[in-house]
Structure formats: C-alpha cells, structure tokens
Design a protein around this ligand. Structure first.
Ligand code: PAF
Length: 309
C-alpha cells in the first residue's frame, strides 16, 4: 500500500509515522522546491520527540507537478488549503482514488465530496496532540486517537490499510456528527482565546469570558440541533468547560496561528457555523461578532482570509 500525504505539519507527520509503522510506503507531496530542499536538509527524515524518547522515520517526497499516479491520499493541510492543494495534484489522482481528509473545521469535506465525486472520500478527526518545533521535527504532546468515517456514497468503513494502524483507528459510521462535535468545541474555544490572547483555562477563571463562552455554546447547540446533530450527552457548555480545563495551559491553535502571522481557520470554524445559521434563517449574534472580530484582526495584520459569505 502506498499512501501520499498532502500537508507535512504536525498531524501529517504523526500520520506518516503511523502509516509507516503499519508497513505502508509513505510519500509527502510537498508544496514547492523550497519545502523539498528543507526536507532534503532534514535528511529526508521526520523526527519525533517527547519528554523521554526520540525516534525518526525515513519517508519519500514528491512535488505536485510530478506524474506518478496517486491511488491513496491523506490530506492534513490547513482547512482553507484543501481545494487549492487538491487541484495542484488533480492530474495525478486515479479516478477511484481513496482520499482521507483529517483536518479542523467543516465545509471542505462536503466540497471535496461534491467536486471529486468519482473519488472515495473519508473524513476524520484526531485528538492526538503534537506540534512542530522545526520543519519535519515533531513534539508529541499527548496520545489520542483518530476517528474516520465515509463521506457521501456507501464505501468501506475504513480506507485500505487503515485497519492496520496502531493505536487502532476508530471507524465512525456517523462522521458528520463527529465533525460537528469537534467544530462545536473549536467554535467555543478558539476565537475567544485568540481574541483575548489567553490560555484555554482562562475561559473558566475569567467570569466575563465564561459568560461569553456560555452564549456562544448556546447558539452553536441551536444550529447543531436544527441540523439534526445531538452533540454531547451533557450540554455543550459543560463539554467545552471540561476540555478547557483539561487543556488549561495550552494556547489554542487559532491563537498560535495569529501570533505567528498565519491565516487562521476561522472561516472553516465560526464562518461555517454562521453560514449554516444563515441558510437556516437563524441568528447567531455572538458567533457572528467573533467572526467579524477575528476577520478584522487578520486584516490588520494583513493575513489573507477567504472572504466567505
Ligand atoms: O484547536 C485547538 O487548539 C484544540 O482543538 C482545542 C482543544 C479546541 C483548544 O486547544
């Protein structure tokens, strides 16, 4: 089995390791020659570290313009890069290629299923914690799991070879619901922490932020319910509070993106929620305000957004 990976960030590298360890051949599709040069400088290796251990794997790399056919593709790019990245390798995709989208946010999974209707598409979420301290060098920050489920047409529960991964990948028959749960958590934590420049835990210790988080959660829950998604056994506010507590010392991915001058995934997170609300003819004023505020912050820093709606 040969899996290509688009997106060599922390999650792409972690998945490269899981696939490599399962016996699959793994090739990164790197963005351009500069990224390929940096991979060559890293000895064509990905390195992993945690407090006690370090390890490395050797993987191959190719560029979008190469010609080898791709039958199996994992996409771990930022959500907003999905369609441009896929279109850069469209000429290489086999007509019935298997493709797994493992990313934050919502909307891009449905778009890929609609635009690439001959492909077999799975979407997934992961709770693995990892971050990149240098190109192709990953710090493990907590063991989690990956859940994958088919999008669109009927197809096997897992793509080829993914039943061989350790720890086992969870086959999630209702992946849309799982994507909504992850989206709801990201909507509740990420924009607020990004705007206030605070750690996740401060959403629970600052009463004003906690009150805002409650209003945000209530709106998200209304839209999810209107779309037929029951999110958690408890209220969303309760579930989000637990996660904010567990990840109390962390800076959210959106705050990290802003601090590093990178485009955030706000359009695929809160932007998606606001678009869903507008389709349903419902109002989400607290979330809409967050969306507007993050867009303003991005434009002040001259970070390009997608300008949805
Ligand atoms: O995106 C993130 O930062 C995380 O998924 C979480 C848990 C929402 C906040 O750290």
């Amino acid at each position: 089995m040969h899996w290509y990976i688009l997106g060599a960030g922390a999650i792409g590298c972690l998945c490269a390791e899981l696939l490599h360890n399962s016996g699959a051949e793994v090739t990164f599709v790197l963005r351009n020659q500069t990224q390929l040069d940096s991979f060559n400088q890293a000895g064509r290796q990905v390195r992993f570290h945690d407090a006690d251990t370090s390890s490395s794997i050797n993987v191959d790399a190719s560029l979008p313009g190469d010609h080898a056919t791709i039958n199996h593709l994992l996409v771990t790019t930022k959500a907003y890069d999905t369609l441009p990245a896929l279109s850069s390798i469209q000429h290489r995709l086999a007509p019935d290629a298997q493709i797994v989208l493992l990313q934050n946010g919502c909307g891009q999974q449905q778009e890929v299923t609609r635009l690439y209707f001959s492909l077999q598409v799975w979407a997934g979420i992961t709770t693995h914690g990892a971050w990149r301290d240098a190109p192709f060098s990953i710090i493990r920050a907590g063991k989690g799991h990956i859940s994958i489920g088919p999008m669109g047409k009927p197809q096997p529960a897992l793509p080829n070879g993914w039943d061989m991964l350790t720890p086992p990948v969870i086959a999630e028959p209702n992946i849309e619901n799982a994507l909504w749960r992850k989206l709801a958590i990201n909507c509740a934590i990420n924009p607020l922490t990004a705007l206030h420049g605070c750690r996740n835990g401060e959403l629970l210790t600052d009463p004003k932020l906690t009150e805002q988080m409650l209003s945000i959660c209530e709106e998200i829950e209304q839209i999810a319910h209107a779309r037929g998604h029951k999110l958690f056994a408890s209220s969303l506010f309760h579930a989000v509070s637990e996660i904010a507590q567990l990840t109390g010392d962390n800076f959210s991915s959106m705050l990290q993106d802003l601090r590093q001058g990178r485009q955030t995934e706000i359009e695929q997170i809160t932007g998606f929620l606001c678009r869903e609300a507008s389709t349903l003819g419902m109002q989400v004023p607290h979330n809409q305000r967050l969306l507007d505020q993050i867009r303003t912050l991005q434009s002040r820093h001259d970070i390009k957004g997608e300008g949805c709606e």
